[in-house]
Design a protein around this ligand. Structure first.
Ligand code: C2E
Ligand code: CA
Ligand code: CA
Length: 422
C-alpha cells in the first residue's frame, strides 16, 4: 500500500524491492535513514495539515534532488528511508553532499512550517558486497541516525561497528539509571565557579554521576545520550534540582551562606507545558529563594528561538531564577541571537576556550566576544580553565567567572561543603 501523504511506497514494499536490489547489486549502494528533529513540535505549533505538508515537501525534495535514489519510503511518522546508488564508497563526499542537501531542505521546511527550521538527523550505512539482509542494513542506518540526534555540528553519522557498542551500552545503562533513581543513589557532584576578580567562590554547577554495582563512578558521557533518547533525562534533571533545593535549604537552616547552584535543563523539558510550574513548585516546596538557583540551557535550544522557548525562559527569569546559555561556541553561535535572548549568563564552552587560546586570531576573537557580551551586561563564565596562564588570559579579556580543573573538578557534596561552605 502506498503512502497517501508522500506518494512513496509502503515500508514493507520498500523492504521487499530493496532486498531484491541488494541481492543482485553490481554497483555500490548506501542506505540513508532520516528524520526531522522534534517533528512533533511542528505539529503542535502549526497543526497537522502543515505537518503533513512538510512530509510531502521532504518526499518531493528527495525525488527531485536525489536522482540516484533507487527506492524511497516513509517508514513511519517523520522517518524516511532511501536506497541510493553511489559511484564509489567515499564518506567525505557523501558527508559534503548530505550537508548541501540538508541546508536546502531546511529552507524548504522553514518556508512550509512558519519559519521553523528543525535539525535533520541523517544516518548512512554503506552496503558491503556481503550484505544481503535488507532489514539488518536499514537497522544500521537507523542506529547511525539516532546517534546524530542533538548534534548540530554533524551533517550525518556514518554507521560503524563502534556505534553498536553505544547501543549495547544503553542496554546496560538504562536499568542502572532506573535502579539508582528508585534508590535515590544518583550522585550529584559540585564544581565551583570562582570570581576572576576576588578569586572567591561565587557559585557551583551540579553534575550527575551514576555508580555501578562494583562501585565504579560512571561519567555523564556514558549515560546522558541514552537518557535523552528515552526521555528519562527529565527525571534526572528533576532529581538534581530536588537534590540542590534540599542542600540549599539545609545550608540556610544551619545558618551557612549559600552559593547559587546551577543545574542542566535538557532541551526535552521545553516540550512540557508544565515545566515552569514544576520547577517553581520544587523551589517553593523547599522554600529556596530563587536567586540561589541557576538554570543552564544548552546553546542549541536557543537556535529555534521560538516564542514557546523564549516565553518559558522569560517566565523562569520573572520568577527570579538566573538562566545561562551553556556550551556557547560549540554550535552555530549567533551574536544577533544572543542579543535578543532572555538570559543572564553566557558559559563559554571548554572546547571553544581551548581552541581560541591556541592562535592569535582565536585570542582576538575571544577578547572581542567577551567585550561585546560585557557591553550588553551578560555575565561570562569560562569553562575548562586548567592552568594559571589560561586563567590570567581569560580574566584579562574580561571574563567574570572561571569554572575549571585549575580550581576543582566536580567533587562530592560533602567535600564541597567542607571546602567552600562556611
Ligand atoms: P557541561 O554542562 O558543559 O558541564 C561541564 C563539563 O566540563 C563537566 O563534565 C566538567 O567536569 C567538565 N569540566 C569542567 N572543567 C573542566 C576542565 O578544566 N577540563 C576539562 N577537561 N573538563 C572540565 P561532566 O561532569 O563529565 O559532564 C559532562 C556533560 O554532561 C555536562 O557538560 C552536561 O552537559 C551533561 N550533564 C552532566 N550532568 C547532567 C545532568 O544532571 N543533567 C543534564 N541534562 N546533563 C548533565
Ligand atoms: Ca552545564
Ligand atoms: Ca558547558
Amino acid at each position: 500500500m502506498s503512502d497517501n501523504i508522500t506518494g512513496f511506497m509502503g515500508f514493507e514494499e520498500f523492504l521487499s524491492q530493496a532486498g531484491t536490489v541488494i541481492c543482485n547489486k553490481t554497483k555500490p549502494y548506501l542506505i540513508a535513514a532520516a528524520d526531522v528533529g522534534d517533528f512533533h513540535y511542528i505539529n503542535a505549533e502549526c497543526g497537522y495539515d502543515i505537518g503533513d505538508a512538510v512530509l510531502k515537501a521532504i518526499a518531493d525534495f528527495l525525488r527531485l534532488f536525489l536522482p540516484n535514489m533507487v527506492l524511497g519510503c516513509r517508514s513511519h511518522s517523520d522517518h524516511f528511508i532511501a536506497l541510493v546508488c553511489i559511484e564509489d564508497v567515499d564518506s567525505e563526499r557523501v558527508l559534503r553532499e548530505v550537508q548541501r542537501l540538508k541546508e536546502m531542505l531546511k529552507e524548504i521546511i522553514a518556508n512550509t512550517a512558519k519559519g521553523i527550521s528543525p535539525n535533520l538527523n541523517v544516518g548512512i550505512y554503506f552496503l558491503h558486497d556481503s550484505d544481503s539482509n535488507i532489514v539488518a542494513a536499514v537497522d544500521k542506518a537507523n542506529i547511525a541516525r539516532r546517534t546524530c540526534k542533538g548534534n548540530y555540528n554533524l551533517p550525518c553519522v556514518v554507521y560503524s561497528e563502534h556505534l553498536m557498542d553505544i547501543k549495547e551500552n544503553s542496554a546496560k545503562i538504562l536499568p542502572l539509571f532506573d535502579d539508582s533513581f528508585r534508590k535515590e543513589a544518583i550522585r550529584v557532584y559540585l564544581q565551583p565557579k570562582i570570581s576572576s576578580e576576588t578569586k572567591k567562590i561565587v557559585g557551583a554547577e551540579a553534575l550527575s554521576r551514576l555508580v555501578d554495582s562494583e562501585g565504579n563512578v560512571i561519567p555523564p558521557s556514558k549515560f546522558i545520550a541514552a537518557l535523552e533518547k528515552t526521555g528519562k533525562i527529565v527525571e534526572l534533571d528533576f532529581y538534581v534540582l530536588t537534590f540542590i533545593c534540599k542542600l540549599i535549604r539545609k545550608w540556610i537552616d544551619n545558618g551557612l551562606e549559600p552559593v547559587t547552584i546551577s543545574f542542566n535543563l535538557s532541551r526535552i523539558h521545553f516540550y512540557s507545558n508544565t515545566v515552569v510550574e514544576d520547577i517553581c513548585k520544587l523551589a517553593e516546596k523547599y522554600n529556596v529563594p530563587p536567586q540561589y538557583i541557576e538554570i543552564e540551557v544548552t546553546e542549541s535550544v536557543f537556535f529555534e528561538a521560538s516564542e514557546m522557548i523564549v516565553s518559558k525562559v522569560n517566565q523562569l527569569r520573572d520568577y527570579g531564577f538566573k538562566v545561562s546559555v551553556d556550551d556557547f561556541g560549540t554550535g552555530y553561535s549567533s551574536l544577533s541571537l544572543i542579543g535578543v535572548l532572555p538570559v543572564d549568563v553566557v558559559k563559554l564552552d571548554k572546547s571553544f576556550v581551548k581552541e581560541s587560546l591556541k592562535s592569535e586570531r582565536g585570542n582576538e576573537l575571544m577578547k572581542g566576544l567577551i567585550r561585546i557580551l560585557n557591553e550588553i551586561h551578560l555575565e561570562i563564565v569560562c569553562e575548562g580553565v586548567e592552568t594559571e596562564e589560561e586563567e590570567r588570559v581569560v580574566s584579562s579579556y574580561g571574563c567574570d567567572e572561571i569554572q575549571g580543573y585549575l580550581y576543582d573538578r566536580p567533587i562530592p557534596t560533602d567535600e564541597f561543603e567542607n571546602k567552600y561552605i562556611h
